[in-house]
Design a binder for this molecule. Structure first.
Ligand code: SDX
Length: 432
């Protein structure tokens, strides 16, 4: 009868060790029993970028990378995209269950009534250069919100956490829209509580001199679905930043600022911006083969392709590709789509990408839609950060309430200089 254990023989000592296997893992701390003598610190694992390390137990999002499956609290992403709304999905991700009608109504009301930000925040926005990147403005002003809500430090008080959750989900679109309006040199447009979450965001972005902004229902729905698709994605780089920074027990605004900064990177949330720049650089379907050659030569990355977990088609990319046609019917076709579709066709038929299991990820088509909706390229990662706020908060709460978690502090393999004495500056050898 096989046992759920792992037996290891240390050939340095001939000793054998047996460790329990739980949830497909062994506890790294168990390896510290493996020593060559009593003074030995014991074995550790070495796993740069955590390619094969589970840092937590979670019940929020499940990804099957080989089968291209994504579930939020067990619900398939394609069903949520088709039948749910972003606020309902955010409730699900945060609470573990779909809300009843009264719960959804109360949740929506609370968030709607928290969309306005302190007037002083505008002074931060006004201080940025006209061409400041909106992600830089978002990181800064989210961090600044921690100074307006000192009660947020009471992180183990459930009612305080819930109030910060309302504030964060409600106010980040306002900060994002204010950053956009600042970069366009336009006056800020305030929230309109009669509109939906996505509709109000469009209002704060694009309202001109009309008394009341009326969002285009096709764009409002497309944006809401895009928010659903970007709400959470288990232990990605920015969520790991949220958990790591949050593990010091800092307030959630400071932790979300750190997560937003991680998302800003071109390998993560900044990829949708990089995809548009890449498609513009290619410029014409006839130039795709030459670009593919440069990718295969390691001179370029095919941005929007590849994923640490998905070794099959990212299910979100498939849904986003479907939204594109609906948006183009309203806004006109984005010529970059033809280049993207042809680039995908060629890449999926090329051994280099097939061997490396590189498929379109969530960022490959999202930028094309955002551009067609009228968003400038540097707003794309901001559109990613807005919905991911609910995922970051859910992961942060799960970390705080997990009795096995404590402050994140990985070990290292030290390869630096050994012990040596200080040398006075006039006794040091001249630089080589
Ligand atoms: C997101 O983790 C998440 O969940 C993130 C995200 C979320 O919702 O939070 O899904 C959102 O960030 C999606 C990813 C967006 N980033 C990009 O599209 C940037 C381009 N993609 C790559 O940088 C890369 O695919 C990563 C960073 C996404 C994943 O990198 P991995 O898993 O560490 O893969 P790797 O770098 O080890 O690459 C394996 C091989 C290498 O070739 P060899 O050295 O074996 O010859 O594949 C190659 C890489 O060079 N490769 C690519 C490539 N991605 C990987 N080659 C060309 N173009 C690419 N895009």
């Amino acid at each position: 009868m096989s046992r759920d254990t792992l037996t290891i023989t240390d050939n340095r000592t001939g000793k054998q060790y047996e460790f329990p296997i739980e949830d497909g893992t062994i506890r790294a701390l168990d390896l510290r029993q493996i020593k060559v003598n009593e003074k030995d610190f014991g074995l550790m694992t070495y796993d740069p970028a955590f390619n094969n390390t589970a840092a937590c137990k979670s019940r929020i999002t499940y990804i099957d990378g080989d089968r291209g499956v994504l579930l939020y609290r067990g619900y398939p992403i394609d069903q949520l995209a088709e039948k749910s709304s972003y606020l309902e999905t955010a409730y699900l991700i945060l609470n573990g269950e779909l809300p009843t009608a009264p719960q959804l109504q109360q949740w929506t009301e609370h968030i709607t009534l928290h969309t306005i930000i302190h007037e002083n925040v505008k002074k931060f926005m006004d201080g940025f250069h006209h061409d400041a990147h909106p992600m830089g403005m978002l990181v800064s002003t989210i961090g600044a919100l921690s100074t307006f809500y000192p009660d947020a430090k009471d992180i183990f008080n459930p009612s305080s956490r819930l109030k910060q959750t309302y504030r964060l989900i409600a106010k980040i679109p306002t900060l994002a829209a204010f950053a956009y309006r600042h970069s366009m040199g336009m006056p800020y447009a305030y929230p309109d509580n009669d509109l939906s979450y996505a509709g109000n965001f469009l209002n704060m972005l694009f309202k001109m001199t009309e008394v009341k902004y009326k969002p285009n229902p096709v764009l409002e729905k497309a944006l809401d679905v895009l928010f659903i698709l970007h709400a959470d994605h288990e232990q990605n780089c920015s969520t790991s930043a949220m958990r790591g920074v949050g593990s010091s027990h800092v307030d959630p605004y400071s932790a979300i600022a750190a997560a937003t900064a991680a998302l800003y990177g071109p390998l993560h949330g900044g990829a949708n911006e990089a995809v548009i720049r890449m498609l513009n650089e290619i410029g014409d379907v006839k130039r795709i083969p030459a670009f593919i050659q440069r990718v295969k030569a390691g001179e370029e990355k095919l941005m929007g392709f590849g994923h640490r977990v998905y070794k099959n088609y990212d299910p979100r990319a498939r849904i986003i590709k479907g939204i594109a046609e609906e948006v183009f019917e309203v806004m006109g076709r984005n010529p970059l789509l033809d280049i993207a579709v042809e680039l995908e066709r060629i890449a999926l038929d090329d051994e280099y990408f097939i061997k490396r299991k590189l498929y379109p990820n969530v960022d490959f088509y999202s930028g094309i839609i955002y551009q067609a909706m009228g968003f400038p390229t540097d707003m794309f990662p901001v559109l990613f950060a807005i919905p991911r706020t609910s995922g970051w908060v859910a992961q942060w709460v799960e970390m705080l309430l997990d009795s096995e978690q404590k402050i994140a502090r990985p070990r290292q393999i030290y390869l630096g200089a050994g012990l040596r004495d200080y040398i006075p500056v006039d006794s040091r050898p001249s630089a080589p």
